[in-house]
Design a protein around this ligand. Structure first.
Ligand SMILES: Cc1ncc(COP(=O)(O)O)c(C=O)c1O
Length: 443
């Protein structure tokens, strides 16, 4: 597999050309900078370098390589993460002012898209388990019920997040069948699942029937932070999607990020599958060793601790791991999540298993917090609420007030209350559980 973007940058870096163009560093790093090797490769859209949103040269070639590796109708690069892809997908499918059915375990970028595009999200609440708002089960039957329930609103699509932050996978093939039977496109936030295309049987949303999805390449592949794919399964979206990406993206997308995606194509086409199989086996072995501490059915690269049964809070468990040199991806009151990838070493796994097996668990077991997640009552649209005059109040005194922005567990930025929704006593209880003490409300 060729690497046209990286090759161009390498040639240019070695050419000795006077850089009478942006960026201002001219390919030279500040004195004493520890990552100086990156600077010569960081360029702008000079002749021959193509242009991300009007690509017909090396970037287009590299994107075609990615599409052939992932088996999609088309794949487009984002240097603005899945956030940009989510904005573009919703703009492409919903336009302005439409409603759409959305799993409530959605990332803040979905809420922000609702504000930007004046969208009306029709929430599909997952079956929550283990006292967490971050994750829950969404089934094809629940999608079908939501389609029936919201038919009057003429939703433009169904939007599902899978895998979610705790590593739960939704049954995308079944959900796609339901959506298509009801003539509705299915969009999937697969930010955590780029690697799913390379398992023995592909679990990638496009392979399972999604019309479009986004993958944060940087979350699970060896790609620089910010690199993501917008994959298209349904060809009818191809002609306009770059225009929608350009609406939200910077006109100076990072060539370092794009080059890392270009190089990743070669790895995905060559050694990745076998490295991934080895990593999946190691994660599986780790989960077996820690079976009393972790959720069993999470996606293959995540190890999700449910901390309460061993008498710890999630963030205490993460703190103990930190003291042993292991930094978790995420921790809250109840859970802690570790993410591994094909770049994790055997030593990383051994160190993690050693530390986790020696967690200091107090004798008194904790009772999980009893939280009830009820359907939100909306008083204003997300856009009206976001642009209304606002004030900050203590969470305890917010009962009856309207959220002026999405109040999220951050990371992973999942809403407890979305902009425009009324905060009630139940929500206040959940805010406390996630240590959120102040909120912005409409004045
Ligand atoms: C489920 C989910 N979707 C979307 C995003 C946004 O991805 P990115 O950081 O690549 O913009 C995140 C980021 O954490 C996420 O967890």
């Amino acid at each position: 597999m060729n690497t046209p973007v990286y090759d161009f940058l390498e040639r240019y870096a070695g050419s000795g050309t006077v850089r009478a163009h942006m960026p201002g560093h001219k390919g030279r790093s500040p004195e004493g900078c520890g990552f100086g090797a990156a600077f010569p490769y960081d360029i702008t859209e000079i002749k021959g370098a193509d242009s991300l949103y009007e690509a017909d040269g090396i970037i287009a070639e590299s994107e075609k390589n990615a599409a052939s590796i992932f088996g999609t109708a088309a794949t487009f690069y984002s240097a603005g993460g899945s956030t940009l892809c989510i904005q573009a997908m919703l703009a492409a499918v919903c336009g302005k002012g439409r409603s759409f059915i959305c799993g409530r375990n959605a990332h803040r970028s979905v809420m922000n898209s609702c504000v930007l595009l004046d969208l009306d999200p029709c929430w599909l609440y997952p079956e929550y388990e283990d006292s967490s708002v971050v994750s829950g089960k969404i089934t094809a039957a629940s999608v079908e019920m939501a389609i029936e329930r919201y038919r009057d609103k003429d939703p433009a699509c169904v939007f599902i997040t899978s895998p979610d932050y705790l590593g739960r996978l939704a049954p995308i093939a079944e959900i796609a069948e339901v959506c298509h039977r009801n003539s509705m496109p299915l969009l999937v936030d697969n930010a955590h699942g780029a690697y799913l295309a390379f398992l023995e049987d592909s679990f990638h949303p496009v392979a399972l029937g999604a019309d479009m999805c986004c993958d944060s390449a940087h979350k699970t592949l060896p790609v620089l932070t910010g690199g993501a794919y917008l994959h298209v399964g349904n060809e009818s979206f191809i002609p306009e999607i770059k225009r929608d990406m350009a609406l939200f993206g910077s006109t100076s997308p990072s060539y370092l990020i794009m080059a890392s995606m270009d190089l990743c194509n070669k790895y995905l086409a060559e050694g990745f599958r076998s490295d991934l199989a080895e990593t999946v086996k190691r994660v599986c072995d780790l989960k077996k060793r820690l079976a009393h501490l972790v959720l069993p059915d999470t996606e293959p690269l995540k190890v999700t601790f449910y901390a309460y049964p061993c008498g710890l809070r999630g963030y205490q468990l993460a703190e103990q791991l930190r003291e042993n040199g292991i930094e978790a991806e995420y921790a809250d009151e109840t859970h802690a999540v570790l993410m591994f990838s094909s770049s994790s070493t055997g030593e990383d796994f051994e160190k993690t298993a050693f530390a986790a097996e020696r967690l200091m668990c107090p004798r008194i077991l904790l009772r999980p917090p009893q939280i009830e997640i009820t359907e939100a009552v909306r008083a204003m649209s997300p856009r009206e609420a976001f642009f209304a005059a606002r004030e900050t109040v203590s969470a305890e005194k917010a009962s009856g007030r309207i959220a002026a922005e999405s109040i999220t567990v951050c990371p992973p930025c999942i809403p407890i209350a979305a902009a425009g929704e009324i905060i009630d006593e139940n929500i206040i209880k959940i805010l406390k559980m996630y240590s959120i003490f102040h909120v912005n409300v409409v004045q």
